[in-house]
Design a protein around this ligand. Structure first.
Ligand code: ADP
Ligand code: ZN
Ligand code: ZN
Length: 745
């Protein structure tokens, strides 16, 4: 008997091993085995097929050991993996590795899963009250701690207490506790402990829906009768989350599971609180902030007889084993962070979720206030159902959005700070009323540009083709691509004459200036520099929610999905920088970001104000934003996409070529492009030198394919792979790195 297995390595294709006789009646599809491979002793692999044919004439090695008695991967998961690897042109091994928490793949290098244990203490039953008194007569500190422990146990109706809990008690010190143990008044033992949060009771039922919300739900359910996918286009603060909660309740009633996808961990914090109120411990949270051991327990729980009914997570939660999936919700479906950039598999979680729903026979709801052009197009074409919700919950007026022309204000010498006078005025008013303010700037650090005043030299990263940003607190120049940092030179290293000057305002500087402008307010900053620690993000969100912060400065991190009731003013600083990317999606992104950011204002009771600072207020996109005119915006974009043959009218595949040597990179890219053009003709664009053409010592070239829908993914894949094989047969391209990014964004 032979078994084909997937190895957690970036290799395409399956590997065949022979199954030792004693293992033959125990092995099956979807179980883990360990197998020898290469120079390493063993890897954990997944069995995908059992058969009798020995193909080829080479020696087939034996499976080393069998890990599982029952499958840890379902048939549906195997099917999904296969689709991802096919569609996104990535190795099955990469998909396997991305899917599994690493402790489930023990190997020579990697530690496996281990049960968590905890030390517990019990009062020795051999001692009665008298015996206790005698034992600690002259030790009042021990007496105090023991009393506290006994009180704790009685109060909580428990018979043992953990070390962590003892540490919280009055009179605890390691010496005192040690004394009690030495006298054998306390004895300790270890228990195995689940890492999962348990027994969290739900504490509210869902809210009754507004009329508009009820109508939306009815429409969604109606659409689901003949469509698998529905797009819910609901303006910010229309109460989409509450709609999701009602839909999940219906699934629970039918005994079905729900997967609730969010684009980023940052958003899970608030939503977890909101959903736990209703669903208690029926809901499991799954993302990269959860440690690997706990992720393993979640996976195992999903395979058990009592799986989570609801999973809230980021894109990786697609890979969990669901057995009764009824509904997938993709919240903020337009978010580009749904696309995995690095490493392979470079999958889009929204599109993969649609495939997952298809394989599982589930329904899928995409939700957004600013749908992606692709999804809206699919809804227009009738491929998806479309449900629109255009009033805010509580019929609150949408925020008033005002443009402020910074170029003009500067010319008239009206701009004395980074903030325009109108924004300062609004902030003053909000602070007076005890209301809050959010300010957005999409660049972190202190100053985005550092330049010599004499010769215009600017510092660049040694590893990447990127100019450096000055960070004041660290007093260093930082590369935002690879995080390398450098000291700030005291004079220009190029001409040795000029001084270095800082230009532009990043979030760090904005925070500093705002704190000076509003000395009475507490100002805080949220960007990837201030949210390094495990709970720092949560802390900032909570402090803001509970009014301990009045003005919050942040990057786009802050613009999505968070629900703060008391925010009256939102300011968007240097809005144009959101639009000026040389990318066909830059206006779509800008529209989404500004609209979402604006949506944080006035979410409850009172209308909010949004001020957009721009040097170019004539940009047509600002009219769509200030009029909350999604339709108009969509029309303008879709026409452009059609004209220039961009998605949804074509599929984009970018081919990225990397090598240490620039000449080799260039000639490889040119040859590959030639080879591709032989069959794909003018669908092949480039090779191009990307704006950032060197990252971490590697030179980069890109070839872009615009594939019309006449070509199937399978056909294109074949053409590309045969071109790559032909290129690779040239000996001098050995160290070449090539990868594909399908539907890149
Ligand atoms: P969206 O996700 O569309 O931006 P939310 O679901 O966050 O909107 O709702 C906006 C606000 O309105 C939230 O504070 C939410 O708690 C409240 N809300 C929404 N629907 C209801 C309801 N049916 N009853 C009470 N409060 C609601
Ligand atoms: Zn200089
Ligand atoms: Zn760098």
């Amino acid at each position: 008997m032979y078994a084909d297995v997937i190895l957690p390595l970036p290799l395409s294709g399956l590997f065949t091993y022979s199954v030792p006789t004693p293992m033959q009646d125990k092995i099956g599809r979807g179980v883990r085995v360990t197998v020898p491979f290469g120079s390493r002793k063993y890897y954990t692999a997944i069995v995908t097929r059992l058969h009798q044919q020995k193909s080829g004439n080479f020696v087939i090695k034996d499976i080393h050991s069998l890990i599982d008695a029952t499958p840890v991967v379902t048939e549906q998961q195997l099917e999904l993996w296969k689709w991802i690897s096919f569609y996104y042109m990535s190795a099955q091994g990469d998909v396997f590795k991305a899917a599994f928490p690493s402790p489930m793949l023990p190997s020579d290098l990697q530690r496996g899963y281990f049960q968590k244990s905890e030390e517990q203490f019990r009062v020795n039953p051999a001692f009665d009250n008298d015996a206790i008194s005698t034992a600690i007569k002259r030790a009042p500190k021990q007496q105090l701690l023991l009393d506290e422990i006994i009180w704790f146990l009685t109060e909580n109706e428990r018979d043992s207490i953990s070390r962590k809990e003892i540490k919280e008690l009055n009179g605890y010190s390691p010496v005192v506790l040690g004394g009690l143990i030495k006298k054998k008044l306390l004895f300790s033992f270890t228990v195995e402990k689940s890492r999962l949060q348990q027994e969290i009771a739900s504490c509210r039922s869902s809210y009754p829906l507004s009329e508009a919300q009820q109508k939306a739900i009815d429409a969604i359910l109606q659409c689901f009768t003949d469509k698998q996918t529905v797009l819910l286009h609901g303006v910010t603060s229309s109460g989409k989350t509450e709609i999701y909660i009602h839909l999940i309740l219906q699934q629970l009633g039918k005994g079905k599971q729900t997967l609730y996808l969010l684009p980023e961990i940052a958003l899970t914090t608030q939503l977890t609180q909101r959903l736990r109120e209703v669903f208690g411990d029926k809901i499991g949270i799954y993302h990269s902030g959860i440690d690997d051991q706990e992720r393993t327990e979640i996976w195992q729980k999903m395979l058990s007889g009592t799986p989570y009914e609801i999973i809230l997570g980021v894109r990786s939660s697609l890979f969990l084993p669901f057995r009764r999936l009824g509904l997938v919700i993709v919240d903020e479906e337009h978010e580009s962070s749904y696309k995995q950039q690095e490493p392979s598999p470079r999958y889009h979680a929204r599109d993969t979720a649609i495939m997952l729903a298809h394989i599982s026979g589930a329904k899928i709801l995409l939700g957004s206030a600013t749908p992606s052009i692709e999804s809206y197009y699919n809804a227009q074409k009738g491929k998806y159902g479309l449900v629109t919700l255009d009033e805010r919950f509580g019929k609150i007026e949408p925020p008033r959005i005002r443009l402020q022309n910074t170029k003009d204000l500067r010319r008239r010498r009206k701009m004395k700070t980074v903030l325009v006078p109108a924004l300062i005025e609004e902030i003053d008013k909000a602070l007076e009323n005890g209301e809050q303010v959010i300010l957005f700037r999409n660049r972190r650090g202190f100053a985005p540009v550092v330049e010599c005043i004499a010769c215009a030299w600017t510092p660049k990263c040694n590893h990447c083709d990127v100019t450096l940003t000055y960070h004041k607190k660290a007093n260093r120049l930082v590369c935002h691509y690879c995080n390398a940092s450098y000291p700030l030179p005291s004079e220009c290293p190029s001409c040795h004459e000029g001084a270095l000057k800082l230009f532009g305002t990043g979030t760090e500087q904005l925070e500093e200036e705002v704190a000076q402008l509003f000395p009475g307010a507490v100002v805080a900053r949220m960007d990837s520099d201030t949210t390094h620690g495990k709970d720092s993000f949560e802390r900032i969100i909570n402090d803001f929610q509970e009014n301990r912060i009045q003005i919050l400065v942040g990057t786009q991190m802050l613009s999505k999905g968070v629900d703060f009731g008391n925010v009256r003013v939102v300011g968007i600083i240097a809005a144009d920088s959101l639009l000026n990317y040389p990318d066909f999606r830059s206006h779509e992104r800008g529209f989404q970001l500004i609209t979402q950011a604006a949506g944080r204002a006035g979410r409850r009771e009172k209308q909010g104000t949004v001020i957009i600072q721009t040097a170019d207020p004539e940009q047509p996109i600002y009219r769509f934003i200030t009029h909350t005119d999604y339709e108009g915006f969509y029309q303008s974009q879709i026409e452009e996409r059609k004209l220039f043959k961009y998605p949804p009218f074509t599929r984009l595949i970018s081919i990225v070529i990397k090598h240490k040597d620039e000449e080799k990179t260039e000639s490889a890219a040119a040859s590959l492009s030639q080879l591709l053009k032989q069959s794909l003709g003018d669908r092949v664009l480039g090779p191009n030198k990307p704006i950032i053409s060197r990252i971490q010592q590697l030179h980069i070239r890109e070839i872009l394919l615009k594939i019309d829908h006449a070509y199937s993914p399978g056909q294109v894949r074949e053409v590309i792979q045969s071109a790559e094989n032909r290129l690779r047969s040239h000996a001098n391209f050995k160290q070449l790195l090539i990868y594909y990014n399908v539907d890149g964004i």
